[in-house]
Design a protein around this ligand. Structure first.
Ligand code: SAH
Length: 433
């Protein structure tokens, strides 16, 4: 096989990154925009030692699962699956998870069907729009895939309507002087409120804009300027000034009220978040007498959600603002059997090693846990571990470390939190054997 050669091929499968897989002389070729069983003419773009990349030049048959994407922008790279019918997206995700965990962890794991969303569009509650001034134009939108170029758009089909409206308003009203001060605009909304965080150098020219913004959107209860003059790609800086209202908003989750600082993590799909937590609760089979830990607890949402079904729960979280939120959330929801600690999860595990607990909930960021953290946390001898993960790869790696420590994964429930994209959340049940 050589570069620029053309072949007629049939797609035999899809990768977890959303491209089609075809085989030419037993060699794997990855081709974007192909669904299983579709036939097409492709051109070879690049040949590597064990695989190659190709480009579709003509689709000759069309999968019954192919649909016209709602979004007209093909270049932002945020969604990989808009051209795939939602029910087939779920089937693909289930199959991919089943293959991954059976091959790489344990053949006996029960991988359940992916729980899909009733609302696969307009679901995200958080957006971070980069802002640039270029060729006498203000650009605010999403990065083009693999680049720092901004694709401005009218709306995003997976962002909430509230975020889209605020985004459109800002595109119209942001002046050059203001845009020059900015690197990003962060917008987050809850069921009842919205928050806008301007991120950049100086807030000095923003008074008029903020006044007009909150007049246009009365449900904005928080406008903040976050100072970030760093040169790396970290979006939020440490220092900030509240320009209007407060530095947090309120959201609700599983009938609890949640105070949410702009620096605190929150799940981006609030409907599916409740599905996810309900799965975690069901898998843990709680009986009201257990002592639990919620490691990587954020604003305390999992600890609060399980508080009714356990004796006590300790949440551990590294971001102080999130721990402050969790403590407030405990108070405003009149919950007395939760406590929250601001500490690195691994350090906490090490300091508390050998203290017994019954059920451990862990929900780490993408990179997963550390080996040492796992080795320490298993000394607390939980009977059950419920591992909530937004990265199948780090979950896979960590399940194998847990396995070495005697914890076997029994069941995995994939939950589609990131509809139209390749992203996926999993809840895994581990038991000591
Ligand atoms: N369970 C929460 C948060 C999950 S996100 C929810 O569902 O909303 C992961 C959380 O881990 C984030 O809040 C992040 O700030 C926190 N975190 C990241 N690194 C950490 C560490 N080393 N120790 C403790 N918490 C950490």
């Amino acid at each position: 096989m050589k570069k620029n050669e053309e072949y007629i091929v049939t797609c035999i499968d899809e990768t977890r990154l959303g491209s089609g897989i075809v085989k030419i002389d037993d060699q794997v070729v990855f081709v974007n925009d192909m669904i299983k069983d579709e036939v097409g003419k492709i051109k070879i773009l690049k040949v590597k030692k064990n695989y190659a990349y190709g480009k579709l030049i003509e689709r000759m048959t069309t999968s019954p699962y192919r649909i016209e994407p709602l979004c007209p922008y093909k270049t932002c790279g945020g969604c990989q699956y808009q051209f795939v019918d939602y029910s087939y997206q779920l089937q693909m995700k289930t199959k991919q998870m089943s293959e991954l965990f059976h091959r790489q962890v344990d053949e006996s794991i029960e991988v359940l069907d992916t729980l899909g969303s009733q609302e696969p569009y307009y679901y995200r509650n958080k957006a971070q729009f980069p802002v640039q001034v270029k060729d006498n134009k203000i650009l605010m939108g999403f990065y083009r895939q693999h680049s720092n170029d901004i694709v401005p758009c009218k709306e995003c089909k997976i962002q909430s309507h509230m975020i889209n409206e605020i985004y459109q308003w800002l595109q119209k009203h942001l002046s050059f002087a203001q845009a020059k001060q900015l690197r990003h605009v962060f917008i987050r909304n809850s069921k009842t409120e919205a928050q806008v965080v301007f991120i950049g150098k100086s807030e000095q020219k923003f008074d008029g804009l903020v006044k007009d913004l909150v007049e246009a959107f009365p449900n904005i209860t928080s406008v903040v300027f976050n100072y970030n003059t760093r040169n790396d790609n970290v979006i939020l800086g440490d220092e900030y000034k509240v320009l209007y209202g407060r530095d947090y908003i309120y959201e609700s989750c599983m009938s609890h009220s949640i105070q949410l600082h702009f620096k605190s993590f929150f799940q981006v799909n609030p409907k599916q978040m409740e599905t996810l937590y309900q799965c975690a609760i069901d898998m843990a089979n709680l009986n009201g007498n257990q002592k639990c830990i919620d490691l990587y607890s954020g604003t305390g949402t999992i600890a609060l959600a399980i508080s009714d079904y356990v004796k006590e729960v300790t949440g551990v979280e590294i971001v102080q603002e999130a721990v402050d939120n969790a403590n407030v959330n405990k108070e405003i929801n009149h919950i007395t059997n939760c406590q929250f600690v601001c500490q690195d999860a691994s350090v906490f595990a090490h300091e508390h090693r050998n203290e017994n607990i019954d059920v451990l909930f862990v929900d780490p960021p993408r990179k997963g846990m550390t080996k040492q953290g796992i080795e320490d946390i298993v000394t607390l001898k939980p009977q059950k571990i419920i591992y909530v993960s937004c990265s199948p790869d780090s979950l896979c790696r960590d399940l194998n470390i847990f396995k070495e420590q005697g914890y076997r994964c029994k069941k995995i429930q994939p939950v589609d939190m990131f509809c139209q994209t390749t992203g996926l959340e999993n809840v895994a049940l581990l038991e000591y054997e």
